[in-house]
Every structure is written in structure tokens, then in C-alpha cells.
Ligand binder design. Structure first.
Ligand code: COA
Length: 260
């Protein structure tokens, strides 16, 4: 059987994408980056998928970074191309029209933290460690880390993590706003399952509009972002889901959203 660097499983409307190189702590080589990009594009295009979970195979790592062995011999142009492929993957994840949850089950270092930061929600096991250790290799983050750390957390955290290169605990990552929740390792699946169940039952078109407002709108000036929000808000009044949600509230029953 051919070894696949990415595993894809569906449970109802939830698609789980697993980086599957546990013997290399799920390091991202070019092949894995390509397979992940294709997996996310396929999840986006599949109407049966309402929420995506991204995780790493094995107990030790989410993703321990870009593949150092593969990068070791690249020249400047190949390095730039590799960085751009990584950035394309992160942007594909970030701009997905469905919520993506990072299930951070262990090390999320370098490209691993960059990948987690591109997701919309991050749930980390207490045992996880995150960081941008590229400086220790004479490198810098190249898959968007300098920019997303700055935006997601703070200038102080971005400078600390990138300049010092030392991994931090999940608890510290929580304090910095880098992850949404930290849970005991043996409760990680239960928590991720609860969140995916909630999101899988939420109104898909409203979820998409929220993602677009926050991801795209958040990159523009406030006035433009507010205009964008107003347009998306108005658009919701054309959906059957909005009629269902408001009718269910008034009728004191649970809504059933169909993505129409
Ligand atoms: N790229 C390529 N291979 C990697 C890797 C990466 N980013 N991270 C881990 N691996 C490989 C190791 O080379 C090793 O392979 P081997 O068994 O063929 O020698 C295997 O994964 C297990 O890693 P190992 O270092 O033995 O595990 P550890 O528990 O001693 O240490 C880490 C775990 C995460 C601290 C350590 O692997 C590490 O520092 N990795 C690199 C992190 C990094 O710098 N990421 C940013 C890259 S730009």
C-alpha cells in the first residue's frame, strides 16, 4: 500500500484531515504541503462537509515544522518557492468557507504553529508545546509566522517567539491568545468532538459569512470592514436558514439549518 502523508476521514458533516508522518513528527515536506492543500480545497468544495478538524498522527506531534532535511540543500530560489507553497497552504486553510479546528495534540513548531494559526479555532492538549524555532537553524518563519503571530497575539509575543526560538507551553500559549483552549490530553477528543458537533449543526451560510467578515474584513480598514459586514448581514436575510433560526426561536424549538 502507498503511504499517504495526509489521511482524510469523515464522520457525518465533520471532515478530519490528519498529517500522517508520525516517524518524522509530521514534518511538512513539499509532498505533504501539496497533499494538505488539495485536501483542504476538496473539503471546501464538498457540500456535505460543514466543519474540518486538522490534527497530527501519533501522540507526540501536531506538526514539528517544515521538513528540515528537505530544506537543507535548497538554494535561494527553491527556498522562496518552498516558502510560497507553504504560504499558499496556510492561506487556503485561513480562507476556507467552513470553520477549521486545529486539534493540537503535541508539538506545533515552526510550520506547525503557522498551520495552527491559519486555522479558525485552536484546542491544545496540556502537553503540547508551540513555538517558532527557525532562528536556531539560521532561518526565519516562512509560512506566514511573523505576520500571523503579530496579528493573532501581539508584537511582543511575535518578537519573543521568533527572536528567542524557545518553545512555550500550551498554558502560556493560552495566556498569549495563541490557542483558544487548553485541555488535559485525555480530554482533547471529547472537547474537539463537542465543538465540531456544535459547528456541524450551525447555519453554514452564516458561518461562512462570519469567516469572510473576520478573515477578509479584518484585513481592511475599519470603514471597509464595516461595509462588508453590513452587506453580509443583509445577505443573511435572503437565506432559508435565517427564517428557520428566527422561527425556531419564536416557536421555542431547536432550529434545523440546511445551508440554504
Ligand atoms: N523536519 C524533519 N524531520 C524532523 C523534524 C522536522 N522539522 N522534526 C522532527 N523530525 C524528525 C527527526 O529528525 C527524527 O527523525 P529520525 O528518527 O529519522 O532521526 C524524528 O522526527 C523524531 O524526532 P526527534 O528529534 O528524535 O524527537 P525528540 O522527541 O527528541 O525531539 C523535537 C522533538 C520536536 C524537539 C525535535 O524533533 C525538534 O526540535 N524538531 C525540529 C523543530 C523545528 O525546528 N521546527 C522548525 C523547522 S523550520
Amino acid at each position: 500500500m502507498v503511504h499517504s502523508p495526509v489521511l482524510i476521514d469523515d464522520a457525518g458533516a465533520v471532515r478530519r484531515i490528519t498529517v500522517n508522518r508520525p516517524d518524522k513528527l509530521n514534518a511538512l515536506n513539499a509532498h505533504t504541503i501539496q497533499a494538505l492543500t488539495e485536501a483542504f480545497l476538496a473539503a471546501d468544495a464538498d457540500p456535505a462537509v460543514r466543519v474540518v478538524v486538522l490534527t497530527g498522527a501519533g501522540a507526540k506531534a501536531f506538526v514539528a515544522g517544515a521538513d528540515i532535511a528537505e530544506m537543507a540543500d535548497l538554494d535561494a530560489m527553491a527556498g522562496r518557492a518552498f516558502g510560497l507553497r507553504g504560504q499558499t497552504l496556510m492561506r487556503t486553510v485561513e480562507t476556507l468557507s467552513k470553520p477549521v479546528i486545529a486539534r493540537i495534540n503535541g508539538f506545533a513548531l515552526g510550520g506547525g504553529l503557522e498551520l495552527a494559526m491559519a486555522c479558525h479555532l485552536r484546542i491544545a492538549a496540556e502537553t503540547a508545546k508551540v513555538g517558532q524555532p527557525e532562528i536556531n537553524l539560521g532561518l526565519i518563519p516562512g509560512f506566514g509566522g511573523t505576520q500571523r503571530l503579530l496579528r493573532l497575539s501581539s508584537r511582543a509575543a511575535a518578537l519573543e517567539l521568533c527572536l528567542l526560538g524557545a518553545p512555550i507551553t500550551a498554558t502560556r500559549a493560552l495566556a498569549l491568545g495563541l490557542v483558544n483552549e487548553v485541555v488535559p490530553a485525555d480530554e482533547l477528543d471529547a472537547r474537539v468532538d463537542a465543538l465540531t458537533a456544535q459547528l456541524a449543526n450551525a447555519a453554514p451560510l452564516a458561518l461562512r459569512a462570519i469567516l469572510e467578515c473576520i478573515v477578509h474584513g479584518g484585513e481592511s480598514a475599519l470603514g471597509e470592514g464595516l461595509q462588508y459586514e453590513a452587506a453580509q448581514f443583509g445577505l443573511m436575510f435572503a437565506t432559508a436558514d435565517m427564517r428557520e433560526g428566527t422561527a425556531a426561536f419564536v416557536g421555542k424549538r431547536k432550529p434545523i439549518f440546511e445551508g440554504r
